[in-house]
Design a protein around this ligand. Structure first.
Ligand code: HEM
Length: 436
């Protein structure tokens, strides 16, 4: 498939959102977000330094909800128990996802202005239901079967090309490559341009960059360019014969008649951003967790029938999206706390998946864990991740193909985590491949 962005070669060498942010804060240390409240877990250093666990454990021990009156993102409630998050997500009218109320991350809507595109993750019923229906057919078990072969082939080729006895970065070489490849297959996205998906997703998913006023215009520019690319792709696809890819499926679905072009675009962007960091960071998380818990890696090597459960457990352990947000549409009482209309509730999946009330020895990876499937990393209720089956398929294929090749992956160099409160994962993971 031909590229449609030849006039934008600078995309490939442009600095990432993170690089721009780090450089800016070096020049303007006064712009560094200030966090003073002990339970203000919107501070990204605790994720970067991997020391968030005891703070959430302390909150969970005291209760399911904790109010933070002041933060760079304004006041908000931490919702930290598995039960409380499910409860909030089961009441989507009372706890809204819509942009009008404030959207789905800890950022305020004004700060999200660059991402104004309407998308169904940030809609309430009934509009959400209709729009989700237009993409859901791309994720049925039948569609997963259709994509299995191509994903498996691409995964196998990549694994075969990895150097042996040499240190390399698993994030860039494997996690990013396989995730963008998976999304390119889903969309029928021009293969040569697939790294654009990574570039856009980085800018769109970085909540910290949007707290720095000087950089919001830069972020907006990148997101607008992303919109323009999709518009071109859509127009191109509309003139072609209908194919099995998601874009073609959406263009030719009868429900498209009720979706305006901006909504179509917004939902495409949602699928790309939604599938990107999440799947990528789970792939890195699996390798890091297996290295930290070598007994579990050994179990995987000896008992490949555990792979489906290992996928669930690794998703639980990593939890690649730390939070989602809801906003109260009315005054209400929640687990004994008075919630005011307009209050922001941050649902910390990261905490729910370490909730000792549900998961025994929750800070340990255990691929035989009987209730691993009860992890909340995909959310709960009407907004539960529509791409969950595809992510699970890609992760299962990765483990199966690694096992087939008797690959053992060790951490063998630098480990750098993402400095963010939304995306939870790895920027760099230097590894070495050996055999078992
Ligand atoms: C929604 C996580 C992979 C597309 C969500 C939500 C979470 C999530 C937490 C919000 C749920 C809620 O508010 O209750 C994940 C994780 C993934 C993953 C952990 C991988 C391990 C994917 C993939 C795609 C995707 C591969 C698509 C290619 C979406 C979409 C929504 C969504 C479109 C919005 C659903 C709705 O509002 O109805 N995901 N996701 N995700 N995800 Fe994923």
């Amino acid at each position: 498939m031909a590229t449609i962005a030849p006039e934008k070669p600078e995309y490939r060498t442009s600095p990432t959102a993170y690089e721009v942010l780090v450089e800016h804060l070096k020049q303007h240390p006064e712009d560094t977000p200030q966090h003073t409240h002990p339970y203000d877990v919107s501070r990204s250093d605790i994720y970067f330094e991997d020391r968030w666990q005891p703070i959430f454990a302390e909150m969970r021990a005291k209760g399911p909800l904790h109010y933070v009156p002041e933060s760079p993102y304004g006041p908000y409630w931490n919702v930290v128990s598995n039960k409380a998050i499910q409860h909030v997500e089961a009441l989507p009218e009372l706890f809204s996802s819509s942009w009008e109320h404030g959207g789905i991350t800890i950022l305020e809507r004004e700060e999200e202005e660059g991402l104004e595109l309407p998308m169904f993750i940030a809609m309430d019923r009934p509009k959400h239901t209709g729009q989700r229906r237009t993409v859901a057919p791309a994720f049925t078990p039948k569609e997963m079967k259709r994509m299995d072969e191509e994903i498996r082939q691409r995964t196998g080729e990549l694994l075969d090309s990895l150097p042996r006895g040499e240190v390399f970065d698993w994030v860039d070489t494997v996690s990013i490559e396989l995730t963008t490849g998976m999304l390119a297959i889903l969309f029928g996205f021009p293969w040569e341009d697939r790294r654009l998906l990574t570039y856009w997703s980085d800018w769109a998913g970085d909540t910290e960059i949007a707290t720095v006023k000087d950089l919001t215009a830069e972020r907006e520019k990148v997101l607008h360019e992303m919109g323009a690319y999709f518009q071109q792709l859509w127009m191109q696809r509309a003139q072609e014969e209908p194919g099995p890819d998601l874009i073609s499926m959406m263009i030719n679905s009868p429900a498209m008649n009720q979706m305006d072009p901006r909504e179509f675009m917004g939902n495409l962007v949602l699928l790309i951003v939604g599938g990107n960091d999440t799947t990528r960071n789970t792939m890195s998380g699996i390798i890091h967790a297996f290295d930290k818990f070598p007994d579990q890696r050994k179990l995987f090597e000896e008992q490949p029938d555990l792979i489906p459960n290992a996928v669930q457990e690794c998703i639980r352990y990593q939890t690649p999206l730390a939070h989602m947000r809801r906003t109260a549409s009315e005054d209400t009482e929640l687990f004994g706390e008075q919630i005011k209309k307009g209050d922001k509730l941050i649902l910390w999946y990261l905490s729910a998946n370490r909730d000792e009330a549900l998961f025994e020895e929750a800070d340990k990876l255990d691929i035989t864990r009987e209730n691993a499937r009860r992890q909340l990393a995909f959310g709960y209720g009407i907004h539960r991740c529509v791409g969950a089956r595809l992510a699970e398929l890609q992760l299962r294929i990765l483990l199966e193909e690694m096992h087939k090749r008797r690959m053992r992956v060790h951490v063998a160099g630098d480990v750098e985590r993402v400095r963010a409160n939304f995306v939870h994962g790895f920027r760099k993971l230097e590894v070495e491949v050996t055999e078992f």
